[in-house]
Ligand binder design. Structure first.
Ligand code: PLP
Length: 358
C-alpha cells in the first residue's frame, strides 16, 4: 500500500533487459557511442523535428541546465510558485543560471493561467535596475496532477515569446500527460511553442534517464558545455541511452503511462465513493489528491498505507480543507497492480466502516 511516489519503483523489465544488452563490449565514452546516436535520432523521429538531445541522469539536472540555457545571469525565470523547479530542487536552477532569480506565480492546480502571467509581466518595472523576464517554465503534468492542453501551452508560449522569454517544459511526467491528451509529442511541445523540454523517463520505467531536448538552436549551442561543466555528462553515456532504447521499444513508454494513469483513475473512483472523501483536483495523469477525513487518514496510516500530505496553496476558489480533514497525494506507477489499488481501497472501506461504527 505504498503510493508515496512513482520514483519509489525500480525499472521496468524491458529497460533492464536493454541495459544488460548494452553492457557488452567496449564503446566510445561521453555519448559518442552508437546507442546514444540512435536515441538522438529516435527523439528526432518521435518529435518530428531536428532536435538537439542531451541525456542526463536526473530531472533536477535537466531542469536546471535547460533553464540556464535560456535565462542569462541577469534574467528572471518564471514558474508556478509550487513548481518543482522553484520548490524542490534546492535552488539548482538559480545555481546553474549563475545569478538569475526565479519568480513564482499563483494558479489553481499548479497551472499558470495566461491572465496571471500577463498581469505579472505588466507589473514588472521596465528599468535597467530590474531583472528582465527571459524564461517561463511550466510542468507537464503539474505538481497537482493536471495537464496543459496544447492550446493552453500555445497561449502561454505566445505571451512568453512576445515578452522576450523562452518557454521551458518540465516533462517529468511527459508520457502520462501525453497519453491523457492523446496528442503527439510534437503537438504538446514545439508545435505549441515549447523551446526546451526536460523529457522525463525515470518515473515511468527507467532507472535514471532524462533528456534535455532543445528545439531552439540558441539554447542548443551551450548545452553540451553546460552539461559537462555541471557534472551531468556520464562517461558511460550508453547506460542512459540503453534505458531509453528499452523504454521506447514497442511503445513500452506509452503503455506504462496508460497503465499508471488507469490505476490512478481506479484509485480515485474507489476513494470518492467513500463518505466524506472528495478530490482536490481532477485526476488527469497518474496522481490522485483526495481530501480525507483525518480519522480515515489515521486509520489508513495505521493499516500500513504510505502516501504524503500535500500543499493547499493551489486549491480551486471556494475549496478549503477543514481542520478535521487532510489533503494528501497518492501516486501510481507503471508497475502498480490492480490488486494493490484494490487492497488499498479495501483498507479504506474498512477504515471508513470502523469510523462510522465508533
Ligand atoms: C515535476 C517534477 N519535475 C522534476 C522532477 C525530477 O526530479 P529528480 O531530480 O528527483 O529526478 C520531479 C521528481 O519528483 C518532479 O515531480
Amino acid at each position: 500500500m505504498n503510493f508515496a511516489s512513482d520514483n519509489i519503483m525500480g525499472a521496468s523489465p524491458p529497460v533492464l533487459q536493454a541495459l544488460v544488452r548494452a553492457n557488452e563490449g567496449p564503446l566510445p565514452a561521453y555519448g559518442a557511442d552508437p546507442l546514444t546516436r540512435a536515441i538522438e535520432r529516435r527523439f528526432c523521429e518521435l518529435f518530428e523535428h531536428e532536435v538537439a538531445v542531451f541525456l542526463v541522469p536526473t530531472g533536477t539536472g535537466a531542469n536546471a541546465l535547460a533553464l540556464a540555457a535560456i535565462v542569462p545571469p541577469f534574467g528572471l525565470a518564471i514558474s508556478h510558485r509550487e513548481a518543482h523547479v522553484i520548490d524542490d530542487e534546492c535552488g539548482a536552477p538559480e545555481f546553474y543560471m549563475h545569478g538569475a532569480k526565479m519568480a513564482g506565480l499563483e494558479g489553481v492546480g499548479a497551472k499558470i493561467a495566461p491572465s496571471t502571467l500577463e498581469s505579472f509581466l505588466a507589473g514588472l518595472p521596465n528599468h535597467v535596475k530590474q531583472m528582465p523576464p527571459r524564461g517561463l517554465s511550466i510542468s507537464q503534468a503539474t505538481e497537482c496532477g493536471l495537464v496543459y492542453t496544447p492550446a493552453e501551452v500555445a497561449a502561454l508560449a505566445g505571451i512568453a515569446h512576445r515578452s522576450g522569454m523562452k518557454l521551458h517544459m518540465d516533462g517529468a511526467r511527459f508520457a502520462n500527460a501525453l497519453v491523457r491528451l492523446g496528442c503527439t509529442p510534437a503537438e504538446m511541445t514545439w508545435k505549441s511553442g515549447v523551446d526546451v523540454l526536460s523529457f522525463g523517463a525515470t518515473k515511468n520505467g527507467c532507472l535514471a534517464a532524462e533528456a534535455i531536448l532543445a528545439f531552439d538552436g540558441q539554447a542548443a549551442e551551450t548545452l553540451a558545455y553546460r552539461r559537462k561543466r555541471g557534472g551531468h555528462l556520464l562517461s558511460k553515456g550508453r547506460l542512459i541511452a540503453a534505458q531509453l532504447e528499452g523504454y521506447f521499444a514497442d511503445d513500452h513508454w506509452l503503455a506504462n503511462a496508460r497503465h499508471a494513469n488507469a490505476m490512478a483513475t481506479r484509485l480515485a473512483e474507489g476513494l470518492t465513493a467513500l463518505p466524506g472523501v472528495r478530490l482536490a483536483w481532477a485526476v488527469e495523469a497518474n496522481e490522485v489528491f483526495p481530501i480525507l477525513p483525518r480519522a480515515l487518514d489515521a486509520k489508513l496510516k495505521a493499516a500500513g498505507a504510505v502516501y504524503h500530505p500535500w500543499s493547499e496553496l493551489s486549491l480551486r476558489d471556494g475549496e478549503r480543507v477543514r481542520s478535521d480533514e487532510v489533503l494528501v497525494r497518492l501516486v501510481t506507477a507503471f508497475c502498480t497492480t490492480e490488486a494493490q489499488v484494490d487492497g488499498f481501497l479495501r483498507a479504506a472501506r474498512e477504515a471508513a466502516r470502523a469510523e462510522a461504527a465508533e
